[in-house]
Design a protein around this ligand. Sequence first.
Ligand code: ADP
Ligand code: MG
Length: 404
Amino acid sequence: EGVLYSQVRQPCRVMLLLNPYSGKGQALALFNTHIQRMLTEAGILYTLVITERQNHARELVREADLSQWDALVIMSGDGLLFEVVNGLMEREDWETAIQTPLGILPGGSGNALAASVHHYAGYQPLLSEELLLSCGFLLCKGLVSQMDLVSINTSSNQRLFSFLSLAWGFVADVDIESEKYRYVGAARFTVGTLVRLACLRVYQGRLAYLPAEEAVHPAEDTPPLPPSAFCASLLCQPSKASSNQNTFHNSCNSNNAIKARRGEAPAGAPRGPRDSLLVPLEQPVPGDWTVVEEEDFVLVLAMYQSHLSEDMMAAPDSTLQDGLIHLYYIKAGISRTALLRLFLAMEKGTHMACDCPHIVYVKVRALRLEPLSPKGVITVDGELLDYGPVQAQVHPGLARLVCV
Ligand code: ADP
Ligand code: MG
């Protein structure tokens, strides 16, 4: 499908947040050499904001006048987008704020969402700078789709919104331990995996989930909207798009419909939609949940996009807005060789074809994890979470992302 850049009716304005320390510390140089001209030629006016510290982007988007921007674009790894998503959800007007189109340009070492977006566009896998170029083109094309978010709740009353993954055990350990190999870029996960394999650990805990097919909550199942242009100046086929109700500036009507179907959070509760599938962590899980018998795990990994990193397609069935959490867990007792085989197969997403009796895959809408091992790491979108009991539920299509 070709794209015609019509006469610019109104310039497209984008806030571009860049973390100069992401990846090998070359995000700014990569922006200058690979992206800057592309945006200019596509008629996208951007304001480059270079983050000065952790949570800078989160604070900025929490206070920003969002009517000034057609999209918020992140050039970094997944960590900076995590800040932006949560900054938007912390606003009083979260419901409209989170509908601001988001874009991702891989400049970090953990570029899982960028790799997922590239994969959803139907392209063959690419790494590092080639992936960046591909994501740059997708951004200039300017099509926006709804993206699922997952609400994460801890026993310390933390509530966070996640777009990628919740991990405990092996994967979470690799994520955090490999930060020190940042200088090798995306290969840090491969190095980290090999190091962890050498000192394989078992983690005790309880896992429960609501299987996807059991959930009968039609109110949560907003039918996916077709992709639309995030800015009128980036219209693909103007004649078609002008009659399309879903261009960025026209999207209020459909937003209101979504709002009405989603329901309000009770006053005083943390911001965001109500977690209708969850009961308080102190209570046992509802009767329609499945409680996993095993309590010894090598890893628990909940994915909602296809890629865990640039070269690990952990959830090949996942799409941007399927309303599903793809839950994988690996039971204790797996050999190092078998585990290595699974990780190698993940590059092509064929790990479930390995016929490994220790790995389990289920599609769920909500889950609860209660670690029993006194020490450990839980990550959300690759960022550290308070260690302890945690539960999560998917909110279909809550955010919007530049993605074909
Ligand atoms: P990478 O994929 O290379 O890890 P991320 O985007 O995940 O890149 O960023 C890594 C961490 O750095 C995140 O926790 C993010 O919040 C934080 N961060 C963002 N901007 C800055 C900054 N200017 N200085 C230090 N840390 C930052
Ligand atoms: Mg990161």
